[in-house]
Write a protein that binds this ligand. Structure first.
Ligand SMILES: [Zn+2]
Ligand SMILES: [Zn+2]
Length: 265
């Protein structure tokens, strides 16, 4: 039985929020749904909003911060983010007093968790991924990143569970007539979002380092499908000899529904 329990309240361009629970601590990464919707989804997962001990913020984009001000002030939850992110967020028009804590690049302790932020490349003022360590287990999350390099892979390695962005299918995006060229270039660029292919390649490498549980996240509704994202990853694992039925848990976080990782290795 995993000691770190992971649930995704929802993920995508309309809101992102992930719940990490131990016996004594519950934290969120991002708060991109309204406070009311965050509360509703938490309750669906059997968690009272009052029980949230802290919120880690990846970056200032609305799909990660929409409900942050109301939720954090209503339930008196401390918020942790890179100093640049906090500064940007504070100047975005928040009016309620919040318990904001600037973190740098070093690991820090929060209750019984060790939290290791790492920087990823995205078109925000700064963007963090996070690794969380607890009693010999490791969980990592990286969404909203233009590419994965060796430094990021190194940060993710050794995790029991990884939430990783699988944003778009490159050809679906390129062929999407409703997307202006400039937006396509932004998404495909070094500071944009991770494609299914890039996600699958990273997962193959992480599988080699022992990670067994993967949650694909931040899928585009216009330029991807859950089935496509999942098959990209599982096909690549299988073609490299992995038994994805028995040895891995690859699931897809949805925008509209909560996902509780109940089967984990
Ligand atoms: Zn973003
Ligand atoms: Zn986002």
């Amino acid at each position: 039985m995993a000691k770190l329990k992971i649930s995704v309240l929802g993920s995508g361009s309309k809101g992102n929020c992930t719940l990490i629970e131990t016996e004594n601590t519950k934290i969120l990464i991002d708060c991109g749904f309204s406070a009311r919707e965050t509360t509703r989804r938490l309750q669906e997962l059997g968690v009272a909003p009052n029980d949230i001990n802290g919120i880690l913020l990846t970056h200032e984009h609305k799909d990660h911060t929409l409900g942050l001000e109301n939720f954090a002030s209503k339930f008196d939850v401390p918020v942790f983010a890179n100093a640049l992110t906090l500064n940007e967020y504070e100047h975005s028009g928040i009016t309620k007093p919040l318990n904001l804590n600037a973190i740098m690049t070093q690991d820090f302790y929060f209750r019984e968790l060790t939290i290791a932020p790492f920087e990823v490349s995205h078109d925000s003022i700064h963007c963090n991924g996070y690794s969380i360590y607890y009693q010999g287990e490791k969980f990592s999350l990286a969404t909203d990143l233009g590419y994965i390099d060796d430094n990021i892979l190194e940060s993710l390695k050794g995790s029991n569970t990884v939430v990783l962005e699988s944003n778009h299918d490159v050809s679906m995006l390129k062929q999407n007539e409703h997307y202006p060229q400039v937006l396509k270039e932004r998404i495909l660029g070094k500071r944009g979002h991770l494609s299914n292919e890039a996600c699958a390649n990273a997962i193959l490498s992480l599988a080699g380092s022992g990670t067994r549980n993967f949650i694909l996240a931040h899928l585009s509704k216009e330029n991807n499908t859950p089935a496509l994202a999942k098959s990209n990853t599982t096909n690549l694992l299988q073609s490299n000899g992995a038994d994805t039925q028995h040895d891995f848990n690859v699931c897809v976080a949805s925008q509209d529904n909560t996902l509780k990782l109940d089967k984990s290795f």
